[in-house]
Design a binder for this molecule. Structure first.
Ligand SMILES: Nc1ncnc2c1ncn2[C@@H]1O[C@H](COP(=O)(O)OP(=O)(O)OP(=O)(O)O)[C@@H](O)[C@H]1O
Ligand SMILES: [Mg+2]
Length: 342
């Protein structure tokens, strides 16, 4: 079977990884990871720092060899068909990989050269990408004069010059200001509307919630949950009771006082003096919790009931491990997951 045909036959499953395993020395970065992405859909890959996201991205984009397992992208095996595959995918890395000394336009034309495009075509595609990313005004300035957001856009643009059917973006909006992030989301939505298949790693849950059709959560190299954002939220139960205490020293006293009002594991987010717990019963549970905490002399900054968010899901899934890891500088911040400003 010819390679073109091969790509077409499996067009339904654009990314198909089975049992992918990778160690670095004694670190097991990926442990039998399975991950499938249907054509024309967006998969959000979520996980705290060190979960294995970039490692998986590097394997899927042929930059790194797995120790075992099989991975196909657009029907091409990442090892045996690596050369053909490289022309099919667009990769934008976690760290911008553009040349500072060149202009934005020159960077994009250089990418076209790597794709062996003829000069007129290189120019045409660079122009197109500059327009789509709103970089026309800065096109002929050296990249070293660009802002962080402009660099990100250019980096993403570089991955689009080859018009890839599969786009793999590793934390495309990390470090961007909220306005630029929203611009990029719109752009990504446009690409998907055009039929692109997208795998996106992110530490921003809002980003996954907004862009991803399906979400896979990994932690310590293991897939620990998957589903649509709605399915993941449903796992939390009906509602979440939320208490913000004034004095952080009171946080650990909350759970014993109110645990019987909820069902499921309570989660404490020390960075926000926040206690959350899946619970039913709506107003009654909130009123009861408030009166118990008050009776115990715990000052409440805020208390309420709300629908579960992806944050709750993530804290629940990875919170304990993050506290075990306890990365320096963020004691007890569950999940070590970033939140974009809201
Ligand atoms: N080249 C390498 N050599 C040694 N260890 C590595 C290497 N690359 C990754 N690791 C380790 O593998 C694990 C997974 O790392 P990876 O970069 O895939 O995580 P990540 O989910 O992308 O994290 P982040 O959110 O911080 O980008 C980590 O423990 C990391 O230290
Ligand atoms: Mg990474």
């Amino acid at each position: 079977m010819g390679k073109e045909a091969k790509g077409a036959v499996v067009s339904q499953l654009m990314i198909d990884a089975r049992g992918v395993t990778k160690s670095f020395g004694t670190t097991l970065a990926l442990d039998h990871v399975d991950l499938q992405v249907q054509a024309g859909t967006v998969l959000g890959l979520l996980g705290p720092n060190g979960a294995g996201k970039t490692t998986l991205v590097r394997i899927l984009t042929t930059l790194l060899k797995a120790d075992s397992g099989v991975a196909k992208v657009a029907g091409y095996d990442v090892e045996s068909d690596a050369a053909s595959l490289r022309s099919m995918i667009g990769l934008a890395g976690q760290f911008a990989a553009v040349d500072e000394m060149l202009t934005g336009r020159e960077n994009l034309e250089l990418v076209g050269l790597l794709y062996h495009l003829e000069k007129p075509e290189r120019k045409r595609r660079a122009e197109e990408v500059l327009q789509r990313l709103g970089l026309e005004d800065a096109a002929d300035r050296q990249v070293k004069t660009y802002s962080g957001g402009m660099r990100r856009r250019l980096d993403l643009g570089a991955s689009l010059v080859g018009r890839p059917a599969v786009l793999i973006l590793d934390e495309p909006t990390t470090g961007l200001d909220p306005a630029t992030r929203i611009d990029l989301w719109k752009f990504i939505e446009m690409l998907v509307a055009d039929g692109a298949t997208l795998l996106l790693t992110t530490q921003y849950l809002e980003e996954a919630d907004r862009l991803a059709d399906r979400i896979v959560v990994i932690d310590h190299g293991h897939v620990i949950a998957e589903g649509t954002a709605g399915e993941l939220k449903d796992q939390m139960g009906a509602d979440v009771i939320e208490v913000v205490v004034r004095d952080p020293d009171d946080l650990d006293r909350v759970s014993p006082l109110v645990a019987d009002l909820g069902h499921g594991t309570p989660v404490v987010d020390r960075s926000r003096n926040l206690f959350t717990m899946p619970a039913d019963g709506r107003v009654r549970a909130v009123v009861e919790a408030a009166s118990r905490l008050d009776a115990a002399g715990i000052e409440i900054e805020d208390i309420g009931m709300r629908r579960p968010s992806l944050d709750d899901v993530f804290l629940r899934l990875t919170g304990h491990t993050a506290e075990d890891d306890d990365v320096a500088g963020s004691p007890g911040t569950p999940g070590a997951l970033r939140r974009s400003s809201r």
